[in-house]
Design a protein around this ligand. Sequence first.
Ligand SMILES: [Zn+2]
Length: 80
Amino acid sequence: MHRETGKMPTKKSGAIEDLLTAMTGRDRRESIQSNICTWCGSSATQFKSKLSEKEYTISGMCQECQDRAFSEKGSDDDNW
Ligand SMILES: [Zn+2]
């Protein structure tokens, strides 16, 4: 069991939370508390920065999914 950080999911409006749950089929709060990515289902324990870690408590996205979702720096793959 990895319970070293004990992240607390942020509180969101119920509507957004319901939407996320509907979209991903996973309960966001439950996933975050067990350090599971709500998007890809992998374990979400490694983050590049505090900001990414915070983002995880908001969106439930692991580092990898965050990188994919916020590839705003337009690095190598911007041919979507
Ligand atoms: Zn993920």
